[in-house]
Ligand binder design. Structure first.
Ligand code: 13P
Ligand code: ZN
Length: 270
């Protein structure tokens, strides 16, 4: 059996949480990540018949029955993951239609998966239904996106269009746009259901006055997605109070669509 701390999924998770902390997106225990693993990946490093603990999830997700996830722990600080991965991370397998998580590795201090586990698992199910290659759900508190939810219209078309207008390549990176939820109580099944519904039509979902969710095929891609939206929000927050003399026009957006072979979300451009 190989050492799990050398597994590429583990080193990438450690690098990603460390980098997200460095970007200022994950103060204290802010943020959480779940990474869908293949059984054959896990078997190289763990005895998958050895269940350390079973933990009730409080929701059902029959689509995810038997699936394995590497998940950040609740109350854990992203800045500490690199120093104690087995305390701050865990590997779980879902059973009983998603109502139970079997712990196979990690949460070594008796902890458990993130309080946002419902939003993560329901989002995985939603994204897998539209893209079978989806592996990652990532949540964090990027400063400028969060700031923007205090001063910008929360209408999804308006919010998306503003972000697209802030950097030329935004429309190329997230042509599906950004969906927006109003403020809701976090850590609940209700916000999980609402997030998953929004995840069916976009890979980015803003939680107003809280943060953002991103989804993607791997950690790098998902990080890059949030990074691009956050960069756009940063520019917006720098210019929102100034007269706008120039912008990226819808005509130019159509040029970008044609050049990069992407299709902007239906009805979002004139
Ligand atoms: P956890 O520590 O439970 O992951 O919660 C952090 C967070 O960002 C809640 O939205
Ligand atoms: Zn949060």
């Amino acid at each position: 059996m190989k050492d799990i701390l050398t597994a590429p999924f583990m080193t990438e998770m450690i690098r990603t949480t460390t980098n997200m902390y460095a970007h200022g997106w994950d103060e204290r225990n802010g943020g959480n990540i779940s990474l869908l693993l293949e059984k054959k990946q896990v078997k190289k490093y763990l005895d998958i018949d050895k269940v350390l603990r079973t933990i009730p999830t409080g929701f059902s997700a029959p689509e995810l029955e038997g699936k394995y996830f590497l998940v950040t722990g609740t109350g854990k600080y992203f800045k500490n993951v690199q120093y104690a991965p087995d305390v701050n991370l865990g590997i779980v397998r879902l059973k009983d239609g998603g109502e139970t998580a079997e712990l196979l590795w990690g949460y070594a201090d008796g902890g458990k998966f993130t309080s946002e586990f419902p939003a993560h698992m329901m989002s995985h199910a939603a994204r897998l239904s539209v893209n079978p290659d989806n592996r990652v759900v990532m949540h964090c508190h990027p400063t400028n996106l969060l700031a923007m939810t205090y001063v910008h219209d929360l209408d999804e078309v308006q919010f998306t269009r503003t972000l697209w207008q802030m950097c030329t390549e935004c429309i190329v990176v997230f042509p599906d746009g950004v969906n927006v939820l109003p403020w809701m109580l976090c850590g609940t099944n209700e916000i999980g259901v609402a997030t998953a519904e929004k995840m069916k039509t976009a890979r980015l979902v803003v939680w107003s006055q809280h943060g953002i969710y991103g989804a993607g095929a791997d950690l790098d891609e998902t990080f890059g997605l949030i990074e691009t939206a956050e960069k756009a929000a940063e520019i917006y927050m720098k210019i929102a109070h100034l007269p706008r003399l120039n912008t990226i026009t819808d005509e130019q957006m159509h040029e970008l669509e044609a050049h990069f072979g992407v299709r902007a979300r239906e009805g979002y451009l004139s």
